[in-house]
Structure formats: structure tokens, C-alpha cells
Design a protein around this ligand. Structure first.
Ligand SMILES: [Zn+2]
Length: 426
């Protein structure tokens, strides 16, 4: 839901207005293409018997070919950070992207490794790293006037950070959507490279300025290693650049369809509306005795985390959806983020536990809470248990997971964050 509904209202409105004022015009999918480096900044380079390929020329070659393919498709509007051998600064590049309210930012680069005899080879695509949400958020705050927040987001997300003003929560949601979407496009690009016979090093997260400062889904594609003979030969050739551009193009098409933004080339081919499943699906990221608070780096930048404690283990679930396509996409996102063993788990909505109940773990510590602690002063009937030298405090009971989430939300409204829903067997 949270993925397919993104910006639906906004685009629907725009679409509506356009249809009635301009006839058949449709909202275009705006994409900013950034050819890395340029002019005095040649980027990675190396001399060979076939010539001296320079990163700045390869990136421009690929971007111009890719841009041409996109421009031939009426669904896209293409903006270039450069079309010639010039050097726009990184800030100029991201400012252009942010000003144009683009739907996607694609920066093309060529890799190199320090070793002379390069064994490193292949492609890799970078998305925003997990630790840069804050800076990204500041950019988003300035650049985004329309914030979309659907009911489900509000429910899931508000559980975790109720003290923030709603606008900030909404922005955070948008940020995590950018990351999720960036992971989608990144995985499509790498999949296509691999299908085309390249060696794919996968999708990675990194703290790169160009990704950090853009207020939209963004990827930085390393198209190969200049110090690897085969990669360099391929990327230096017209044919290699055209193939690379075509593989990125196909990934963008797939992404734009998936994201439900922009028009499809052939409206007849539009997919049928998906029928919701009976169950809700959450992605189980990990099961561990360690308690992580919301925003912990252990979540690798993923949001919408619901921890549920069961038999002494914290199970961290990511996202929730009753659509098979979104469930599968969420699972892929989790795997791309680094949770290789993630699995999707079905939950019957509003199911009462046949035995036992849910409660909230409100505090865990080596020392007992004092009677005038915030928790004990503000909550009645808090239960205390001691196990393995630790004190565990729990509060409240609920029959269903949904009720427990509601209970948790109530606590957070009182400023008690990071409580964990606990399943107690009887
Ligand atoms: Zn570069």
C-alpha cells in the first residue's frame, strides 16, 4: 500500500487538471541524468593499448545515449546536469535535481580500485546510506511542499515517534520511501546488468554527497572498473556504452511502472488491479536477544520496524502489506539492505490469541526502577520480573496485535518510547 499509493493523490489531481485543460497530456516522469565528473575533473582513468578511457567521457557517453532513449518515450521528461564536457559542482547538480522536483536522480560513474593489477571488476549501484537520514531530511524539509502520508503509514509510523510534529514524521516516512524506492531502482539496474552478462557486485549503501543532498529516490551507478582491462574496453566502446544505457533504461521503465508514476508507453498493457490478500504480511528481519531502539543502525536504514518479543527473543518485523506485490517488493528491499535471511510472515488481521496475551515491555535494566521514575509514576499496574540478573517491566494486556499497537501508541503519547510488544504464552 505504502508504495503503490505514494503520491497517488497528488498525481491524480495533476492528471485530472491536465486531462480537462490540455486534452490528452499526462504527468511526465521527470528524471535527472547526471554524468559524473567533467572538464578538469576527468575522474578515474587508465592507459591501455586501445587508448586512454576517462571516466568523464564514458559517463557522458552513457548518459547521452540513455537520455535519448528516454526522450523517445513520451512518458519521460529528461533533465541533464551536463550535456557537454563541463563541470557542474556537486551542489549545482543536486540543486538542479531538487528544483526540478524530479521523480528520480541517476548519477553515472566509473569505478577504480587502488590495486594496479585490478582483480576488482563489474558493476555496483549505490543508494543513500543508513546514517544520513538526518541530512537528507533537512533537504527534504526545504524542498518538499507536498507531503503524502496515508492512513497506514500514520498508524504504523506514529507508533514510534509521536513527540515529533506530524510534518516531521511525514517527512521521515517520505525519506524512508526514498530509500526503499532507491533500493528498487538499484536492484533493477543491477539485475539488468547481470542479465546482460556483466558481473554485478550488487546494490550497496554509502554516504555519498550526491545521494545525501537529493530530495528524491537517487542512485549512483558504478558501471565498471577503469583499471580492469575487460571493463575498460567495454565501457570505452560505443557498443558497451549503448548496452549499458539500454540496461539502465529498461530498469527505469520497470521502476516507473512499479512506482505507479508517469504514464506507461502502452496503456493497454496496464496491469489489472491487484486483489488484496486475506492476511497482512510483515518481513521478519531478525530474531535476537538484543533489544534495539528505533533508528538503530542495526536496521540498516529501514523504517517501519515493529519489534515483537516472544520466548525471550526480539523479532523485528519490517513493513506491513496485504498486497502480494508489495510484500514481495518489501522482502527484496530487506534483502538488498543486507538482511539476507529475511522472510515474509503472514498475520491474520485482528486475530485473538487462543491462549496467552500481548503486553508491553516498558523497561529493561540491571537496576530496579525507583518508585518516582517516570514510568512508575505514570503507569498503574506495572509488572516486574527478574531473569538472568535483569529486571523486566511490563504493562497492560491486549488480545490482538492491533490492540497492542494501539496500547503502545497510548504510551508514546505519554512520552514513553521504545516499548516492545511482548507475546506471553500461558
Ligand atoms: Zn566518479
Amino acid at each position: 500500500m505504502m508504495i503503490t499509493n505514494f503520491c497517488f493523490k497528488k498525481y491524480f489531481l495533476v492528471l485530472f487538471v491536465f486531462l480537462f485543460s490540455l486534452g490528452s497530456a499526462q504527468k511526465k516522469f521527470t528524471i535527472v541524468l547526471d554524468a559524473g565528473h567533467g572538464d578538469h575533473d576527468v575522474g578515474a582513468t587508465r592507459s591501455y593499448d586501445f587508448g586512454t578511457p576517462m571516466e568523464k567521457d564514458i559517463t557522458l557517453g552513457i548518459v547521452l545515449k540513455l537520455g535519448k532513449m528516454l526522450e523517445e518515450n513520451k512518458a519521460f521528461r529528461v533533465i541533464y546536469t551536463r550535456k557537454t564536457d563541463t563541470y557542474p559542482s556537486l551542489t549545482e547538480r543536486t540543486n538542479l535535481a531538487n528544483r526540478s522536483k524530479a521523480d528520480l536522480f541517476v548519477s553515472v560513474h566509473v569505478n577504480s580500485s587502488p590495486s594496479k593489477s585490478a582483480t576488482a571488476r563489474g558493476t555496483e549501484t549505490f543508494v543513500q546510506g543508513p546514517n544520513q537520514n538526518r541530512e537528507n531530511l533537512e533537504v527534504a524539509k526545504k524542498e518538499n511542499d507536498v507531503i503524502y502520508l496515508d492512513a497506514k503509514d500514520r498508524e504504523v509510523f506514529a507508533t514510534y515517534d509521536p513527540t515529533s510534529p506530524e510534518s516531521l514524521i511525514a517527512l521521515k516516512i517520505q525519506q524512508s520511501k526514498y530509500l526503499e524506492r532507491s533500493l528498487f531502482i538499484g536492484s533493477f539496474v543491477e539485475e539488468n546488468f547481470e542479465k546482460g552478462g556483466r558481473f554485478s557486485r550488487g546494490v550497496k549503501q554509502a554516504n555519498l554527497h550526491i545521494l545525501r543532498m537529493s530530495a528524491m529516490p537517487s542512485v549512483l551507478i558504478e558501471t565498471g572498473f577503469v583499471n580492469n582491462y575487460e571493463d575498460a574496453y567495454f565501457l570505452n566502446s560505443e557498443d558497451g556504452q549503448r548496452k549499458t544505457a539500454a540496461q539502465i533504461y529498461e530498469a527505469i521503465i520497470r521502476y516507473s511502472r512499479k512506482a505507479n508514476i508517469g504514464a506507461t508507453e502502452n496503456p493497454k498493457k496496464e496491469e489489472k488491479k491487484e486483489v488484496p490478500l486475506k492476511n497482512d504480511f510483515r518481513i521478519l528481519l531478525m530474531s535476537t536477544p538484543i533489544k534495539y531502539n528505533y533508528g538503530d543502525p542495526a536496521f540498516k536504514g529501514l523504517n517501519y520496524i515493529l519489534p515483537v518479543k516472544e520466548n525471550g527473543l526480539y523479532k523485528y518485523y519490517y513493513s506491513v502489506s496485504n498486497l502480494a506485490s508489495v510484500r514481495d517488493a518489501n522482502l527484496r528491499t530487506a534483502k538488498d539492505a543486507g538482511f539476507r535471511n529475511a522472510v515474509s510472515v503472514g498475520f491474520v488481521p485482528n486475530q485473538s490469541l487462543s491462549s496467552g496475551y500481548y503486553t508491553l515491555e516498558v523497561f529493561v535494566g540491571k537496576d530496579k526502577l525507583s518508585s518516582d521514575s517516570y514510568i512508575l509514576k505514570n503507569l498503574k499496574d506495572v509488572k516486574r520480573e527478574k531473569a538472568n540478573g535483569m529486571f523486566y517491566y511490563t504493562y497492560g494486556t491486549a488480545k490482538t496485535l492491533e490492540e497492542a499497537v494501539k496500547l503502545q501508541k497510548g504510551l508514546e503519547e505519554k512520552g514513553m518510547k521504545n516499548s516492545v510488544i511482548q507475546k506471553v504464552a500461558k
